[in-house]
Design a protein around this ligand. Structure first.
Ligand code: NAP
Length: 354
C-alpha cells in the first residue's frame, strides 16, 4: 500500500497460484470526463496479483507506453462511433514497449523487448506470447520510443492513411492538420518522402518550426487567423489531398480549399472528441468539386504492416523519417500525460517511460 493520495486502497490477497511480488500499479478510469479529460478522471490503483505463467505465456514489465488522443472519446458513456464507452474502473489500453522478465514461450527469453498493441496501463502483466511483436535485434540501436512512433502505431496509422488510403502522389499539394502530434508528424514526413508539396498546421510557433524541420514546405499556427485564410495563403491554387487529425473548422477549411476531384483522408477529429461531432457546414462542396472523403481505421489494415515496416525502416536508416516524441518519466504520470494531449502539451507522440 502507498500514501499516494491518488492510489486507491485495494485489498490484495496473496493466495496460492499467484506470484509473491511487490505491489503492481495500474491506472483506471475513475469518472466520465466533463469536456476536456483531466488527470483526476483517472485513478492510480493496486492491481490484482498476477497469475502464474501457463505454457505459451510470458511475464512482462512496461518500459514505454504510448498515449492516444482518440481514447478521450472512448471515456464517454457513449462514443462517437455509437459503441458504449469504457466502464468506470476499467484499465485503459494502448501500445507499449515491454521487456520480457520470465518466459514459458519458445518465442521469447528474459531480456527480450516486444511491442504489444493493446497493453493495459499496468506496470507488469502476464500475456500470451502471440500477442507480442518482437523488437528485432537489428533495431536494438534505435531509441525505444521509435517502436511507438515512426515504426509503431502512429507511424503505421500515418502510412496507411497517407500512402495507401490517400495514395499520395508527387504532384499533390497535401495539407496535414494536427501535424505536430504523433500521427501528424509521421504523416508530414511520409508525404514529403513521396515527393509531395506539404503544408501543415499546429498550435504554437515552436511546433510550426518543427514542421518545417520535418520537411513541410509551409506551416502555420492555426491560432493566427481563420484557417481557410491561412490555408489559401499557403496554397493559393488549392490542395489535392487533406490528411485530417482534427475535424471541425479544419475540415471545413479544407473542403473550401480542395481542388476539383480532391481527396480527404479522415484519420481523426481531436477537436470533436468529448462532444457530439457535427458534420461540415459546407459539405455541398463535395458535389460541386467532386470531392472524395475516405475514413479509415488502422486496425482494419493489419495486412499492410510488413509493407509499412519495409518502407519505414528504410526511411529511418536514411535519416528521412525521425521519431518526434515527448516523454514523461514515471508510471504515475500517465494521467497527466494523457490529459496534456487535449491541450497541445505534446510535441510528436506523447509517451510515458515507466
Ligand atoms: N483512424 C485511425 O485508425 C487512427 C489511429 C490512431 C489515431 N487516430 C487519430 O489521429 C489523430 C491524431 O492522434 P495522435 O495520437 O497523433 O494525437 P496527437 O496529435 O499526438 O495529440 C493531439 C494534438 O491535437 C491537437 N489538438 C488538440 N485539441 C485540438 C483542437 N481543438 N483543435 C486543433 N488541434 C487540437 C494538439 O496539438 P496542437 O498544439 O497542434 O493543437 C494535440 O497535441 C487523433 O484524432 C486520433 O484519434 C486515428
Amino acid at each position: 500500500m502507498t500514501d499516494d493520495p491518488l492510489m486507491e486502497k485495494v485489498e490484495q490477497s496473496m493466495g496460492s497460484g499467484v506470484n509473491d511480488q511487490a505491489v503492481i500499479r495500474e491506472v483506471r478510469v475513475a469518472r466520465r470526463p466533463q469536456g476536456t479529460v483531466r488527470p483526476e478522471d483517472f485513478v492510480l490503483a493496486e492491481a490484482a496479483p498476477l497469475p502464474q505463467l501457463s505454457d505459451g505465456q510470458v511475464r512482462v514489465a512496461l518500459r514505454r507506453l504510448g498515449m492516444n488522443a482518440g481514447m478521450a472519446d472512448g471515456m464517454r458513456e457513449r462514443t462517437n462511433s455509437g459503441r458504449p464507452g469504457m466502464a468506470l474502473g476499467a484499465v485503459p489500453r494502448s501500445d507499449a514497449v515491454l521487456e520480457v522478465l520470465e518466459s514459458r514461450s519458445d518465442a521469447f527469453a528474459p531480456g527480450d523487448l516486444a511491442v504489444r498493441s493493446w497493453s493495459p496501463w499496468r506496470e507488469m502483466d502476464v500475456v500470451d506470447a502471440d500477442e507480442l511483436r518482437r523488437v528485432p535485434a537489428e533495431r536494438a540501436d534505435l531509441p525505444l520510443e521509435s517502436h511507438l512512433t515512426v515504426l509503431g502505431h502512429v507511424g503505421f496509422t500515418a502510412w496507411v492513411g497517407m500512402v495507401r488510403v490517400g495514395e499520395v502522389r508527387e504532384t499533390d499539394t497535401v495539407y496535414v492538420s494536427g501535424a505536430a502530434g504523433g500521427v501528424g508528424s509521421c504523416a508530414v514526413q511520409f508525404a514529403a518522402a513521396h515527393g509531395a508539396r506539404v503544408i501543415a498546421s499546429a498550435g504554437s510557433p515552436q511546433k510550426v518550426a518543427l514542421l518545417q524541420e520535418l520537411g513541410a514546405d509551409a506551416a502555420v499556427d492555426y491560432h493566427d487567423g481563420p484557417t481557410v485564410e491561412l490555408l489559401r495563403a499557403m496554397a493559393p491554387d488549392g490542395i489535392d489531398l487533406f490528411f485530417d487529425n482534427v475535424g471541425g473548422d479544419q475540415l471545413e477549411a479544407a473542403l473550401d480549399t480542395l481542388r476539383l476531384r480532391g481527396r480527404a483522408v479522415l484519420c481523426g477529429a481531436v477537436s470533436q472528441y468529448g462532444r457530439e461531432g457535427t458534420g461540415p457546414r459546407n459539405y455541398l462542396r463535395m458535389i460541386y468539386q467532386e470531392l472524395t472523403l475516405y475514413g479509415f481505421t488502422v486496425t482494419e489494415h493489419e495486412d499492410l504492416r510488413p509493407a509499412f515496416e519495409r518502407e519505414a525502416i528504410r526511411l529511418v536508416r536514411d535519416g528521412r523519417l525521425i521519431s518526434i516524441h515527448t516523454v514523461l518519466n514515471g508510471f504515475d504520470r500517465i494521467p497527466e500525460a494523457f490529459s496534456a494531449l487535449q491541450t497541445g502539451g505534446n510535441r510528436g507522440r506523447m509517451i510515458v517511460a515507466a
